[in-house]
Design a protein around this ligand. Structure first.
Ligand SMILES: Cc1ncc(COP(=O)(O)O)c(C=O)c1O
Length: 427
């Protein structure tokens, strides 16, 4: 792994992007993804990762052989083992032991289950603490969890400016009334990255639990759930794990949460799912958080993407992520601020995940012009953020440099005014 200090970062931003690509130890991973159009600069892997070539091949095998030929026999022959193996591989990426990570549902549903399980375990405390940089669905799921448990529970949404430093505001708010602190490790807006240990430690000091949403960090930020004494975590598999659109999420609970119950109990989370007994007790390990039949095809398709992350190593991925982001920020400061952009992400690399957000009053038009005229895909989050996601397994340094000049093309070629009145459903 290359550790980037200020002098090595200086080195990156002074070097030619082609040289950086030829020195890049992860460069070979790009050829493991389907890249139909080499001119397309895809900077939205923080939302939906690219398709691994192996996944494309696996679809055929799963559909034709496992489903088409072996039919229901596949349960005994492989599906039970396959699904737990894939969970264990995600466990490797996030620092969990085999059996501790299970694949289930969507992130929102996993978050709801985990939050209710905490609230039911200690009804003396009534506050669930989160912040306004958390993903909206998380806040909705936390509110739903609070009202499912009692009318006295409340979700406190801290107002924080996560571009600066929200740590002190949060630490101060964690007191003895708090049952649960739940945040996204990396904010979907600014890319702010919380220090898991610091927040978890403070929560534990006052007897609260922590529940992290790892959707924007898993596979790109080193995570050690056991080492950092995290109680509960959930995350999605379709961003930096490249699991595919709508791929199921995962849930982790530590040993100290072993008595917490799944509020949406179902046959698949019971000790003996194929006993078909309504009185069967929940499984003793984290399988108890499962509910119904998993979406098998999408679950099995997660594996090739996770394998690529394991093969590359999250530390190496992180190093390249820092380098790509620093290069983008350096060039953005020089060339994009004069066009009316502001940097809406933390400048300190340790406080950032793997995307950089720029704010601009014409964000939506800029995003549409880039997609429709410049073969460049970022995304836009209202009202004014254009997000650029760097997925080190396939994003190149040359693409970063080229992206900056395509953004300038949008302005110079009148793209902003051409797209000013466009209102796509997905921005
Ligand atoms: C941080 C975060 N949490 C939760 C979600 C929602 O995930 P799901 O649709 O799987 O419930 C997303 C989706 O992008 C997300 O970015």
């Amino acid at each position: 792994m290359v550790e980037y200090d200020s002098s090595s970062i200086k080195n990156i931003i002074q070097k030619d992007s082609k040289d950086l690509d030829s020195d890049d130890e992860l460069a070979g991973f790009r050829s493991k993804f389907v890249i139909e159009d080499p001119n397309l600069i895809y900077l939205d892997g923080n939302s939906l990762g690219r398709l691994p070539i192996k996944t494309k091949e696996l679809v055929q095998e799963i559909v034709s052989e496992q489903w088409g030929d072996r039919l229901i026999r596949s349960w005994n022959e492989r599906w039970l083992e396959d699904t737990s193996r894939i969970g264990d591989k995600i466990g490797l990426v996030v620092g969990a032991k085999p059996g501790e990570v299970v694949i289930a549902d969507s992130t929102s549903v996993c978050l709801y289950k985990a939050a209710v399980s905490v609230l039911l375990s200690d009804q003396e405390r009534s506050v669930i603490l989160t912040d306004d940089q958390n993903f909206p669905s998380d806040i909705q799921a936390l509110r739903a969890a609070a009202s499912a448990v009692s009318k006295d529970h409340e979700v406190v949404v801290l107002e924080s400016d996560s571009v600066e430093d929200p740590v002190d505001v949060l630490l101060e708010a964690i007191d003895e009334t708090v049952a649960l602190v739940s945040l996204s490790q990396v904010s979907y807006r600014s890319g702010w990255c919380w220090d898991l240990s610091l927040i978890s430690q403070k929560a534990h000091e006052v007897g609260a639990k922590v529940l992290w949403d790892l959707s924007h960090s898993v596979g790109v930020v080193p995570i050690d759930l056991r080492g950092e004494e995290i109680d509960l975590a959930v995350g999605c598999t379709y961003k930096y794990l490249n699991g595919g659109p709508g791929a199921p999420a995962f849930i982790y609970a530590s040993e100290n949460c072993k008595d917490f119950i799944n509020p949406i109990a179902g046959w698949y989370g019971s000790k003996n799912p194929f006993g078909f007994d309504p009185d069967c007790q929940p499984d003793r390990d984290n399988r108890r958080f499962l509910t119904g039949t998993p979406p098998l095809i999408s679950t099995l398709l997660i594996e090739p993407g996770v394998d690529l992350v394991i093969e590359a190593g999250v530390q190496n991925i992180r190093s390249k992520s820092v380098a790509l982001s620093e290069m983008f920020l350096f060039k953005a400061r020089q060339e994009l601020l004069p066009l009316g952009f502001e940097i809406a992400s933390p400048l300190e690399k340790n406080n950032r995940g793997s995307h950089v957000a720029l704010s601009h009053s014409s964000a939506l038009a800029i995003g549409q012009a880039l997609i429709n005229e410049q073969s460049t895909i970022p995304d836009v989050r209202p009202p004014d953020l254009v997000r650029f996601g760097f997925a080190p397994l396939y994003t190149t340094f040359t693409e970063i440099e080229e992206c900056i000049s395509r953004i300038k093309n949008v302005f110079e070629g009148g793209g902003v005014s051409r797209w000013e009145n466009s209102h796509p459903i997905v921005p």
